[in-house]
Ligand binder design. Structure first.
Ligand SMILES: [Zn+2]
Length: 439
């Protein structure tokens, strides 16, 4: 099927006028200089600085224009309630579903800022293939029988989570036990899996892009560059900008916000893949001294489960709606369901569940959860997040120490591949199965 490439994400627009510019103006307005200076004439309300995510940008709602009348009221409501909003009450006041349109508040903290009207499509479902750069599995050319390159023509972005190397102290995904051991460093381990996947998926016909090739950040910004932005952000979020809080926020802005947003620009503007795989290793929380007593388990994530606070961020609300309107959900859920089964088969790991509000179960597969993370919101294509193996589990630690050996070795009475190859094989088997079933 012919595919019309659209420059969607450059249109996501969201001008790169970063938040801080208008903060000073917003906080300095309407303070009378002295008694007697009051002006009793009717004044236009002054807009406060919008509520936006860390390093986010003020949204341009006109990017939704191309999605006018592209979704029915029923489908819009279903996707919003079933996957995207954590609960229906979480979008109260922000998205109002009327008979013929969704009324979307443009600025959450300023009602006079008005609404964007997204009109529903009367009648039946129509696929939205022209309003996105990625193609679903069924939109790819059919495969000849017994084809040994089932991923031919599929563009896949592989995102090795975290940074690793000397940067591990910024993302806190690192520990070492004893003198003569290999440090357990998530950013290094995810890169090993990514390199194996690049080789194996290419051999099956895919075009593979890595968002990072080294143990180095992709962003040019560093913690020191972000201190002022961190201070402005804390003030906007009504938090006390103590030096400890500023340092902590600047660190998160470097290792997560700026790093992932830079990778998202690469994904959306140059790679423009059909799907993205975000590779991680899990860990049970630890403080100070590490103990290897964590249970071992596996889960996969798709995008969804936005809280009220997240939906109130103007940029986040727009990004959520773009995912909904591109029908990313159907592709993500199909991929995650298949990949969870092959990962489970390959690793033998039990599932992990989310208590409380942090994750949402959207399909009948205990390994698959919806969560709103920066990468699975910003990469504007189907994104699967992998969270296998707890790094502070005793057997996982031993397997990391064993490195990338050939063949099988015994752990806990079972012969196993090296942990990186096993991880990659679970992913590859799932992609092959998914695309074979649909092409
Ligand atoms: Zn991680």
């Amino acid at each position: 099927m012919a595919f019309v490439a659209f420059l969607l994400v450059s249109a996501i627009g969201i001008q790169k006028a970063v938040a801080q510019q208008s903060v000073a103006a917003a906080t300095l307005t309407a303070v009378p200089e002295a008694e007697g200076d009051f002006d009793f004439s009717v004044q236009e309300p002054v807009a406060p600085h919008p509520d936006i995510a860390r390093l986010g940008t003020i949204p341009d709602w006109s990017v939704l224009d191309r999605y006018q009348k592209s979704i029915t009221r029923e489908e819009f409501t279903y996707l919003l309630n079933h996957c995207y909003a954590r609960r229906e009450s979480d979008y109260n006041g922000m998205i109002e579903i009327q008979f013929d349109r969704a009324r979307i508040r443009k600025q959450s903290n300023f009602s006079a800022g008005g609404y964007y009207d997204l009109f529903f499509k009367p009648g039946a479902f129509a696929p939205p293939s022209e309003n996105r750069y990625w193609r679903s599995a069924v939109e790819h050319e059919a495969l000849p029988k017994n084809n040994n390159r089932p991923l031919e023509g599929i563009r896949i972005a592989v995102d090795p989570g975290h940074i690793g190397g000397i940067w591990h102290t910024w993302d806190d995904r690192n520990f070492k036990i004893g003198k003569d051991t290999i440090a357990v460093q998530e950013g290094r381990m995810t890169l090993k899996v990514a390199e194996i996947l690049a080789r194996d998926l290419s051999a099956l016909g895919a075009t593979v892009y890595l968002t990072r090739h080294e143990l180095e950040p992709v962003t040019d910004l560093r913690v020191e560059d972000l201190r002022e932005e961190a201070r402005s952000y804390l003030i906007r979020k009504r938090k006390v900008p103590s030096s400890g809080m500023i340092s902590q926020t600047a660190k998160v802005m470097f290792a997560i916000s700026s790093e992932i947003r830079t990778r998202a620009d690469l994904v959306n503007e140059s790679m423009r893949p059909d799907l993205a795989l975000c590779l991680h290793f899990n860990a049970a929380p630890w403080r100070g001294r590490i103990a290897l007593n964590a249970p071992n388990h596996l889960h996969l994530l798709i995008n969804g489960c936005y809280s009220d606070g997240e939906i109130k961020e103007d940029d986040t609300r727009l990004e959520m709606l773009l995912r909904l309107l591109q029908r990313v959900y159907y592709e993500e859920v199909g991929l995650a369901d298949t990949l969870a089964k092959t990962m489970q088969r390959e690793t033998g790991l039990p599932h992990m569940g989310y208590g409380g509000n942090s994750g949402k179960a959207v399909i009948d597969n205990k390994y698959v959860w919806a969560r709103n993370l920066l990468a699975n919101r910003m990469f504007m294509c189907p994104v699967i997040f992998f969270e296998p193996y707890c790094m502070n589990n005793k057997e996982v630690f031993a397997r990391v120490q064993a490195g990338e050996y050939e063949g099988l070795r015994e752990f806990g009475g079972k012969y196993k591949k090296n942990i990186y190859q096993e991880y990659a094989d679970g992913v590859t088997a799932g992609l092959v199965r998914y695309f074979r079933q649909r092409r």
